[in-house]
Design a protein. Structure first.
Length: 561
């Protein structure tokens, strides 16, 4: 049987079968619709108390039947015929609505997005068509559509649609179709961000989180078009935000021609599904964006292994009930990486793959444990660089050890831990001391649990170190929150080194007020600039002191036993 699209919740099977029969009907090739077809559509729309959309090609064949408004039931871009921007799609839509008014802007924008030949909106009351409106595209960059005055069903069905469509397409072609060429043909996702400020978030923490999400989306390769905010005591259980805000999101997304909505918090599969049905485009959460970045950044076999495990562990509980998302494969945010090819497999297959990956991660842990044991036998102390993502850890490692690790002004530029020798000369004795400096994966506020679990082999580099250097980007407006977030993540680890040192980086970009505040609150900290090579000698000497303090602390602990 032919598929019925859209929101089918609470619709009886008998009505589904009636909707499927529309696929068997055919219009006259030169007519936009038949009166009988429109009347049947109006009758069933009244019975189910829902708008209905039928999409037809120029041969009069029904190619798609959906329950919902035109903006909720849009044909995905990949399913539309591929034409130049100067041509229409060769598809028109006949839709019902239950309110007596002209089509709104959201409906018209949906027509533009799909380059529909035309959009017919039938106003339905008491099971019959009361009035009709005909909308079509025009060569106007500001408002590229026009909507007719109220029409009777007879007026609508008597027009020669073939002649009208040819005339409209000719006008568009003569104008160059520039306004239609703005369709999302770029490889970049066009993203609308949605932030929900709950009672547990201060206004500053909320805004910092939204700005960080902008950076995450940009790092993932997307373009942020706009941000929407809503204050709520707690997220709505079905749609995260209220119904009014959902409608606002849908309209703004249509206006901006966004193809992705990103929420600033984790959302459930059912919430994502409900939102996508209401808005008509893909919805992802913050964790999916981070996972996508990790999928792009993974270079080594170990990194790719851990990313795939994280993706599958995240997706497994979200498989049930996710129909459209299960087939959402491609090259956009939330769809990349080794896990993408497994989203359409059965839960058991994914479960077996997770078990296999976990076994490989365990082997990776064992391998790294042997390497650490070798270091321990050589009695070379290890200092781990930890910190918020983009704090400058990799740059600092490069400057101190000439490691040539990849660096960029991006979040999560490097994933794989890198260990290099650092030789330090003591100023008094001129004795050369060797330590191992390890760069680790960057932390972030509320690091997703799947990443914490999958990257446990990497994070053990922190646990097994003799001391920690906590690198902080002092030029970032939220540097204090970053310190708190890193400490919260470290507190979740089973055991961390007793000795640590804060190294404030990028001091050349920080203002004097911030420097004074950090000096006062953290008098034991070191202030450096990796790019300008400021404070590096002090950092080296303090690293030696850290190691000596750590050795003394371990000796005292052993003597007390």
């Amino acid at each position: 049987m032919q598929r019925i699209y859209g929101n089918l919740q609470d619709i009886k099977t008998t009505y589904i079968k009636q909707l499927q029969r529309f696929y068997e009907q055919r219009q006259l090739e030169n007519k936009i619709t038949r009166p009988e077809f429109a009347s049947e559509l109006a009758a069933i729309s009244s019975q189910i108390h829902q708008p209905i959309c039928c999409y037809l090609n120029r041969r009069g064949q029904v190619i798609r039947v959906a329950v919902g408004t035109p903006n909720q039931t849009q044909i995905p871009p990949e399913e539309l015929p591929r034409h130049s921007s100067e041509r229409l799609s060769g598809i028109h839509c006949v839709a019902t609505q239950l309110r007596s008014q002209p089509p709104d802007e959201a409906v018209a924008i949906a027509m533009v997005r799909q380059r529909l030949d035309a959009l017919v909106v039938l106003t339905v009351a008491d099971g019959a068509v009361k009035q009709a409106f005909l909308a079509h595209l025009i060569p106007n960059a500001q408002t590229p559509w026009t909507i007719s005055p109220e029409l009777s069903l007879d007026d609508l069905t008597q027009q020669n649609f073939d002649d009208l469509a040819e005339e409209w397409e000719r006008e568009i072609s003569q104008a160059g179709g520039t306004y239609l060429s703005q369709e999302m043909v770029s490889d970049q996702d066009r993203v609308l961000l949605v932030g929900v400020q709950t009672e547990d978030l201060s206004p500053q923490r909320f805004e910092d989180g939204l700005e960080e999400l902008v950076r995450l989306v940009e790092t993932a390769g997307g373009v942020v078009l706009d941000k929407l905010r809503q204050k709520r005591s707690r997220p709505h259980p079905q749609t995260v935000v209220g119904q009014g805000k959902v409608e606002e999101i849908a309209l703004l997304a249509q206006k901006l021609r966004a193809n992705l909505i990103v929420f600033d918090r984790d959302i459930s599969a059912s919430q994502a599904r409900n939102l996508e049905q209401e808005i008509g485009i893909s919805v992802v959460d913050r964790t999916e964006v981070i996972l996508d970045i990790f999928a792009q950044r993974a270079r080594s076999g170990a990194g790719k292994l851990q990313v795939e495990l994280a993706q599958l562990e995240y997706m497994l509980p979200r498989l049930r009930g996710r129909g459209r998302e299960m087939s959402r494969l491609g090259a956009g945010i939330g769809t990349r990486g080794p896990g993408e090819t497994r989203l359409e497999t059965e839960r058991r297959t994914i479960g077996r793959r997770i078990a296999q990956l976990q076994q490989e991660v365990n082997q990776l842990q064992a391998h790294r444990a042997r390497i650490r044991e070798q270091r321990h036998q050589q009695e070379i102390p290890v200092v781990a660089l930890v910190g918020y993502t983009n704090a400058g850890k990799s740059t600092l490692l490069n400057v101190l050890t000439h490691a040539e690790v990849y660096t960029a002004d991006q979040l999560f530029a490097t994933l794989d831990p890198t260990t290099r020798k650092l030789v330090i000369t003591e100023p008094e004795t001129q004795q050369r001391r060797t330590i191992l400096l390890t760069d680790t994966v960057g932390f972030i506020h509320e690091l997703p649990p799947p990443l914490m679990d999958a990257f446990r082999a990497t994070l053990e580099e922190v646990v097994e170190a003799d001391a920690l250097i906590h690198v902080v980007n002092l030029s970032h407006p939220a540097w204090e929150n970053h310190i708190t977030s890193v400490r919260e993540i470290l507190d979740q680890m089973p055991q961390i080194p007793a000795k640590s040192l804060i190294a404030f980086n990028k001091i050349d970009r920080a203002d004097s007020e911030t420097l004074a505040k950090a000096t006062q609150e953290y008098p034991q900290a070191v202030f450096v600039s990796a790019t300008q090579r400021l404070g590096l000698e002090t950092l080296k000497l303090r690293s030696l002191q850290l190691i000596e303090e750590s050795v003394e602390a371990i000796a005292l602990a052993q003597n007390s036993l």
